[in-house]
Design a protein around this ligand. Structure first.
Ligand SMILES: O=C(O)CCC(=O)C(=O)O
Length: 291
């Protein structure tokens, strides 16, 4: 069994336009047109922040006035709709391949007084051995659950920087560039190449919180940023649909990668539902570069 492509809500020309924009600028914006989902997600995050007593974690990457929450799929069923969204996932599958993995999901609620997060590429950790520019080692979708504005912490980004030979921290990287603030209404999603220079924006408002979730994907052979096997209890994972379990890594990548004593992780945890034998089921497609 190989990973399945997701039925799309984008027509072929919309998908081609999104891919062309990512190729050129490093990002594209998708409109979800699904207020129930967007406001349901925002309200759930705010409720969980209160219930769990979430406070800023205080590191340079995570911020001093930003509430971050990880492990969302274990916390509420509503989050299961995000990674498989039919207006977003087909773009990711086209950039990586259908065997891609969910690398992580983080709620990021930027509060008043927050300073700019240092610019970075999301795939920098797993691609420092690669010469830039290169294919994305991560694709990030940043979901706006409140309006994103320049004042309230809208993501800062540098269009086209995914094609540059430098990461932002390099001493020879340019210092004079066109850094922009992402302004988009709640219900929009920015999908971007993992090498694009970007970072959370500063929040100069008095009382506005900027709530977003980044849903991040990586190629199927790359280690996930957030480990789902230990974070999501099996009885919770068993309620997920097959596509989400594939994205979490319960199926083998190209019939080989990730096996547990010759079986898929899904077979170990869920039995017949994810039965897959390494190498044997891969035989028919091992010489096909795009199975
Ligand atoms: O919150 C944002 O707008 C971006 C956050 C980000 O880039 C990160 O945490 O890696």
């Amino acid at each position: 069994m190989t990973a399945t492509s997701t039925a799309t809500e984008l027509d072929a020309s919309e998908l081609a336009d999104h891919l062309a924009r990512i190729e050129e600028k490093g990002f594209t914006i998708v409109e979800l047109s699904d207020d129930d989902l967007v406001y349901g997600l925002r309200d759930t995050i705010r409720r969980l922040e209160d219930e769990l007593g979430v406070v800023p974690r205080g590191t340079m990457a995570e911020g001093v006035a930003t509430k971050r929450m990880y492990n969302l799929l274990a916390r509420d069923t509503i989050f299961a709709e995000m990674p498989v969204h039919r207006r977003v996932l087909p773009i990711v599958e086209a950039l990586l391949d259908p065997g891609c993995l969910l690398s992580g999901m983080t709620a990021i609620d930027i509060g008043p007084g927050e300073q700019p997060q240092p610019l970075h590429g999301d795939d920098i950790v797993m691609s420092s051995h690669l010469q830039r520019p290169h294919a994305p080692m991560m694709v990030t979708s940043m979901w706006a659950l409140t309006d994103f504005t320049e004042a309230n912490g809208g993501t800062r980004f540098v269009p086209g920087s995914h094609r540059w030979p430098w990461s932002p921290h390099q001493s020879d990287a340019p210092r004079d560039y066109d850094e922009q603030a992402l302004e988009m209404p709640a219900g929009s999603v920015m999908v971007f190449h993992g090498s694009l220079w970007h970072g959370g924006g500063p929040n100069s408002t008095v009382d506005e919180w900027r709530c977003g979730v980044n849903v991040q994907y990586c190629p199927g052979f790359v280690r996930q940023q957030q480990n789902p096997y230990f974070s999501i209890p099996p009885d919770v994972a068993s309620t997920f649909d097959d596509r989400l379990l594939e994205l979490l890594g319960y199926r083998l990548y190209k019939g080989i990668m990730g096996h547990v004593d010759g079986r898929s992780p899904g077979e170990v945890v869920f039995g017949e539902r994810f039965a897959e034998t390494a190498y044997r089921d891969a035989e028919s497609r091992r010489f096909d570069p795009n199975p």
